[in-house]
Design a binder for this molecule. Structure first.
Ligand SMILES: [Zn+2]
Ligand SMILES: [Zn+2]
Length: 144
């Protein structure tokens, strides 16, 4: 068994404080998300975990992901008709998305607070946040 990383341990403590019981399946889903930078869909998490947890259903994955999102441990990325992807990296970062293969790569740009400020000044809105995504072709798709 792999050693539990500090961030998974912290996340488990946070869930416990929210009154969420930690089960082996729940722990596996959380670890799977925290160990990857691939922003997987629920289906991809299911495929990764089903060999070790044959009784786990996609619905179980969805329910747990929803719970993690509500607890503020995971962020949900929605892209129109495509199924949601999930990101356990809650730090400020943007995403670069390949239009061909759908790969999502983290992009560590400082948050665009000046754009929010400009939007607020021009429209009178109280701004709560923004969403920015960069689209293109990843290196391997571009080189095909
Ligand atoms: Zn690509
Ligand atoms: Zn990300």
């Amino acid at each position: 068994m792999r050693g539990m990383s500090a961030s998974v341990h912290l996340a488990m403590e946070q869930l416990k404080m929210n009154g969420v019981r930690m089960t082996p399946q729940r722990h596996a889903i959380l670890s799977c998300l925290m160990d990857t930078k691939s922003h997987p869909t629920a289906d991809e998490i299911y495929k990764a975990l089903s060999p070790a947890y044959p009784s786990m259903s996609v619905a179980t994955i969805y329910n747990n992901l929803r719970l993690f999102v509500e607890a503020g441990l995971v962020r949900e990325l929605t892209y129109g008709d495509d199924s949601s992807r999930f990101d356990a990296d809650m730090s400020d970062h943007y995403h670069v998305i390949c239009k061909n293969c759908g790969r999502i790569v983290d992009f560590g740009h400082p948050p665009l607070h000046d754009v929010e400020k400009a939007a607020s000044e021009e429209t009178g809105f109280v701004v709560h946040g923004h969403r920015m995504e960069i689209y293109g072709l990843c290196a391997s798709c571009h080189n095909e």
